[in-house]
Design a protein around this ligand. Structure first.
Ligand code: IVH
Length: 698
């Protein structure tokens, strides 16, 4: 019986089979199915029709059902009907799953290749050998095979520990459950992704069912991989490419096992498919900058025609022993570099510029766009930041504009596209009165602000939403829409009004029933004993983000102590500069604010003292948490101190020296040598506008 080469489907009746005969046939069927999976997924050269494949598969299922003792976790049939898990377990990686240093321009690539040539080249051997691969925009995973059988797989997580997603990976048909001629032990790194075609079909299906569509293929793949129930993953269009070795036969270096250890990356890429693991057909060998440039240009040109998303190319040193010598930085190896493509762009019509009023009263012009797909994401609005920016870009309703998704996330208008002969609308001007409450607007540098505070409904809605957000008081069910209704119906005039809300009042609101109303009242009730840190953050004091709230809570211990604190005491606190001190003082000096706090206390709010709280507990979802910034040159809207505080208020750190631990270098006017150093190290540099955007995301 050999279903690999002779897939005859003329099966004997099951009833007449002995257990031994069945066992033999089951083995042959599994081997045959794996072989055809391999031809189909790895080689992309199927040898049998789908119909014949299905018959082999059905036969195997029948035999396993008839002879339960023959069942096996790694049988191809086990991909269907698997059991859900109750939670995703943590799993430590065999070797750190590093990330890649990434750059945007050819000069940085040239510097990288020079460095490799110098540190890892061989003088008499000519140019250093490189391997080029696409940079896949999917989900990085570790796959482990023990004795040739798939044993587990996990997400990258923080690089040293990820989440066990074995149950879901077993559903991905391109992940083999058994390897060919496999080493005893193998841990590889691969990218799981959803092909574009499958993504479109899946989203169409979701929309028809009334589900939210996924934003892009990456999110879809990542979302599926984190499911608890593998049946949701079964049959989904998912695929993978393998690209690195994490461990082989118990060790990572050739000394551990010279026979099976590939000496070069090129060799590994050839070995992987022999084992049954799929690699990308676009991988290429190279030796100098010209090769890399050509490859980058070729892939960028091909990008839209590919059935999977890529966002750059990865340049890797070929020689694995030399890689060892070069070693790694804290998060990325010295032997590899990602050269990203230019951000995705698209042209569309700007239909209207509206003005939004935020929590702090700042007016933000928003461009409403004719919806356009920018690299897989539908974009229909983009912030224009402030009046100066609108003026600088000179965009008006009716104009054609170029939209880019910088860093592949937030869409922005890069520029106006000139249309000769077109009559244009009048230039945009900021309203003189608040579009929400009609209060006279005041201008402060680049910013326009409605000074009405909580008397302005937009600001009140913003404050309520912030107050209830996860890192503040975490009131479930109180999002922006609900906040808007509470304000419009006159139920809430200040934050303290939230506490006495009654179920009956809420149940009358749109989209609310008795249950939602009861849940919200209970959620508000649970927010009556907030920690000092969360409460301070929730108040929305200007300049006081998660990290500053933690510092203030730790230093002053109780709300009353902070209310009483004078400017000197505040300024004595490390990390608190004059601007933050002034803002805290102004907030508690304001009679309305003090009244609202009193009103909350009367409603039963008790803010817990910080004394017995864990000392350094910053908000873990701070938008810049863990990021290190270096500033160079002069910024237009910030003093150096203010910029640093802004970073710290979002959980980030500002340091003075550029090193490989630096995440961003912010470049102002007349930048110094730090900007060059950033470039050498391939660290992302931001201009002031990009920096502000990053701050706004928080
Ligand atoms: S090699 C130690 N190769 O890019 C080398 N990574 O920021 C690290 N990625 O999370 C990985 N395509 O998911 C490598 N051809 C490729 C890649 C690739 C995409 C991802 C990977 C990682 C991210 C790095």
């Amino acid at each position: 019986m050999d279903f690999k080469h002779d897939p005859s489907t003329d099966f004997r009746p099951v009833e007449g089979l002995s257990r031994d005969q069945a066992a033999e046939e089951v083995e042959a069927l599994r081997a045959g199915i794996r072989h055809h999976d391999y031809l189909y997924y790895v080689k992309a050269e199927p040898a049998i029709s789908d119909a014949v494949y299905d018959q082999l598969f059905d036969r195997l299922q029948t035999l396993e059902a008839e002879f339960p003792s023959l069942q096996d976790k790694n049988s191809p049939t086990q991909r269907v009907g698997a059991e859900p898990v109750s939670a995703l377990d943590k799993r430590e990686h065999r070797a750190p799953m590093l990330s890649l240093e990434s750059v945007q321009d050819a000069e940085a690539v040239a510097a990288f290749i020079d460095r490799l040539q110098r540190d890892a080249g061989d003088e008499d051997q000519g140019p250093v050998a490189l391997v080029l691969e696409p940079k896949f925009d999917g989900l990085s995973v570790e796959l482990i095979y023990d004795q040739g059988a798939f044993s587990s797989g996990s997400t990258r997580g923080d690089g040293s520990t990820g989440e066990d997603i074995s149950h879901n990976l077993r559903q991905v048909t391109a992940v083999p459950m058994r390897l060919h001629k496999a080493p005893r032990y193998l841990a590889v790194r691969a990218e799981i992704f959803m092909p574009r075609s499958g993504f479109t079909a899946l989203n169409r299906e979701r929309v028809q069912r009334g589900d939210e569509p996924f934003a892009n293929p990456r999110n879809a793949a990542a979302g599926l991989m984190r499911q608890l129930d593998p049946n949701r993953v079964a049959g989904r269009p998912l695929d993978l490419f393998c690209y690195e070795l994490l461990e082989l036969d118990g060790g990572e270096t050739p000394a551990d096992h010279p026979a099976t250890h590939p000496a070069t990356h090129h060799e590994l890429l050839q070995r992987l498919p022999d084992w049954g693991l799929k690699t990308c057909p676009l991988n290429r060998s190279a030796e100098d900058l010209d090769d890399v440039r050509a490859y980058h240009a070729e892939l960028e040109g091909q990008r839209d025609a590919l059935d999977y998303e890529i966002d750059g190319v990865v340049i890797k040193l070929n020689d694995r022993a030399r890689r060892e010598q070069l070693g790694v930085r804290s998060r990325s190896p010295r032997w590899a570099l990602a050269w990203k493509f230019a951000p995705r762009e698209e042209i569309t019509t700007l239909e209207e510029i509206t003005v939004q009023v935020g929590r702090t009263g700042i007016l933000t012009p928003i461009a409403l766009l004719q919806p356009v797909d920018v690299g897989g994401v539908t974009v229909s609005r983009a912030t224009l930041h402030n009046a100066d920016e609108v003026q600088r870009k000179d965009v008006r309703p009716g104009d054609q504009v170029r939209i880019i998704r910088a860093g592949d996330v937030i869409p922005e208008i890069a520029e106006r596209v000139e249309q000769p002969g077109q009559t244009r609308a009048e230039p945009f001007t900021m309203p003189e009165q608040c579009p929400v409450c009609s209060t006279e607007i005041i201008r402060n540098g680049a910013y326009h602000r409605c000074p009405a505070g909580l008397a302005c409904e937009a600001q009140l809605v913003g404050h309520i939403t912030h107050f209830a957000s996860r890192d503040a008081l975490d009131i479930d069910g109180l999002g922006e829409e609900t906040a808007r209704q509470l304000v419009e119906r006159g139920l809430v005039h200040d934050l303290a009004d939230l506490y006495p809300l009654a179920e009956g009042e809420l149940a009358a609101m749109e989209g609310f029933g008795d249950t939602a109303a009861r849940n919200l009242v209970q959620a508000i009730d649970r927010a009556r004993k907030p920690s000092l840190q969360c409460f301070l953050y929730a108040l929305g004091i200007r300049q006081v983000g998660g990290r500053m709230a933690a510092v203030l809570a730790r230093t002053f211990g109780s709300l009353d102590a902070l209310i009483k604190a004078d400017r000197e005491a505040l300024e004595r606190t490390p990390e608190i500069g004059p601007e933050i001190a002034a803002s805290v003082i102004a907030f508690f000096d304001n009679e309305d604010n003090r009244e609202v706090i009193e009103k909350m206390r009367t409603a039963g709010v008790e803010v817990e003292d910080a004394a017995d709280q864990e000392a350094d507990q910053a908000h873990d979802s701070d938008s810049l948490s863990g990021k290190t910034f270096v500033f160079t040159g002069e910024l237009e809207h910030y003093s150096r101190r203010e910029a640093q505080s802004a970073v710290e208020a979002r959980g980030g750190r500002a340091t003075s020296d550029v090193s490989s631990a630096t995440d961003y270098v912010v470049k102002g006017k007349d930048p110094g040598s730090k900007a060059e150093r950033a470039q050498d190290l391939g660290i992302e540099t931001l201009n002031e506008a990009q920096f502000e955007r990053l701050l706004e995301q928080g």
